[in-house]
Design a protein around this ligand. Structure first.
Ligand code: ZN
Length: 415
């Protein structure tokens, strides 16, 4: 018999967790939340109350706003197989900071598995019906969620303040620049790669097309931005070809006239770790944050010329879509050199062959990538198979069938 009156042996799992939102708090509370402290605290508690400790589950550096945590999932498995029937955390926020999901565990999952849950510092104990602290738990959960939101907001505000000051916060500076080793958030000109940037603008302003420029650079073995970064890391020369997209990107990048533009992408919110594009009107642009490589005059001239020669991804003039654009155009990339795949009509134009654009473009002179023709039907088959798999997994077959049928009917009535 234990204090709750349940005649049951408790096999306890101690769950500890630490993340960014806690690190923020730590500055005030002096590391009281550290993994080690939580473990010690819970072990002492379990021993004192006579619960046998089966395992300790520790998620380090993982936010409480998600429940997809490795150790947490391992704990759930142990609950499923009956290895543990009790979960103890220091407080409710250790379990999670998403109030909806925390509530689900408290009200549904743990009771359904007959698991006793204790949040020591919040005085929560799911096996004590008369416990008034239990009734407070949903409010605590909401509060913990708000706390995560508040911290996320504070971190974002701090980043924004830096962006407004023009501090560079990215990891890889634009081709032509490097990070200043002395001043944090400052860009300085990179001697070697900035020469290539100058060359690209020069060639374009002298009337060369983007296509011609990428040919010239590739043939004279100028490293591409990604090659350049790799070479700097590994000190080895890596073969590669320039593509039109990266030339165009350089020609349009205001970094070269000394401006820093940030805040182009953001996380959906503090709970969803996914990046979304931010509208151009909200980008944070700061002028003259570093030494320019290209003069403002040359840059403006370049933009004017680019406007006149605008092409979209399929190579068609904007506003006049190419008639024979392939369905998969712009969606396939070479697995070897990452360049876009290109489409070559077969004899009598009954279909297409697909091949790497680098290989096709430089096959005779440079042999940069493998010239291998893939039949359109081969790729189509693969895509259809993948689609089938996805459909089987995610689409409710019955619902889909009715939807298809109702659209059939619609079409019929229209005809
Ligand atoms: Zn390739």
């Amino acid at each position: 018999m234990n204090e709750t009156g349940h005649e049951q042996d408790f096999k306890a799992g101690l769950y500890v967790r630490l993340s960014r939102e806690d690190e923020y708090k730590q500055n005030i509370n002096d590391f009281s939340e550290s993994i080690k402290n939580q473990k010690e605290f819970l072990t002492e508690y379990a021993i004192k109350n006579g619960y046998s400790i089966v395992d300790v589950y520790a998620d380090d550096g993982i936010s409480g706003t998600t429940f997809d945590r490795e150790e947490f999932n391992r704990m759930l498995k142990d609950i499923e197989i009956g290895r543990i029937n009790m979960v103890i955390t220091k407080d409710l926020s250790r379990l999670g900071r998403d109030y909806i999901k925390t509530g689900e565990y408290l009200e549904k999952y743990f009771p359904s598995k007959n698991v006793r849950y204790i949040a020591v510092n919040d005085g929560y104990d799911s096996f004590k019906d008369e416990n008034s602290n239990n009734e407070m738990a949903p409010f605590k959960a909401v509060f913990n969620d708000m706390y995560a939101k508040d911290i996320s907001k504070k971190v974002r505000t701090a980043l924004k303040t830096k962006q407004i000051k023009g501090e560079y916060l990215g990891t890889t500076p634009a081709f032509g620049y490097k990070k200043d080793t002395k001043i944090k958030g400052k860009l300085v000109i990179d001697e070697e790669s900035s020469k290539y940037v100058k060359k690209i603008f020069e060639l374009y302003l002298s009337g060369k097309s983007i296509f011609e420029i990428s040919n010239i650079l590739t043939k004279s073995e100028v490293p591409t931005p990604s090659q350049y970064a790799k070479i700097a890391n590994t000190q080895k020369y890596i073969k590669g070809a320039w593509n039109d997209k990266s030339i165009r990107f350089i020609l349009q990048n205001e970094v070269y006239i000394g401006n820093t533009i940030q805040n182009k992408r953001k996380k959906v919110n503090y709970k969803i770790n996914k990046q979304v594009e931010i509208p151009k009107s909200q980008w944070i642009k700061v002028e003259n944050t570093h030494e320019p490589i290209i003069s403002k005059q040359d840059f403006e001239m370049t933009q004017e010329m680019l406007k006149r020669h605008s092409y979209n991804r399929a190579g068609a003039a904007i506003g006049r879509p190419q008639k024979n654009m392939h369905l998969l155009s712009g969606l396939l990339y070479c697995g070897n050199c990452k360049a876009p795949m290109t489409f070559i009509p077969t004899y009598k134009k009954r279909g297409y062959y697909i091949c790497c654009s680098t290989a096709k473009r430089y096959k005779k002179e440079l042999n940069l990538c493998q010239m291998k023709l893939i039949k359109e039907t081969e790729i189509e088959e693969k895509i259809i198979n993948t689609l089938k798999q996805i459909t089987q997994k995610y689409i409710d077959k019955n619902k889909f069938e009715t939807e298809i049928c109702s659209s059939c009917r619609l079409r019929k009535t229209r005809l």
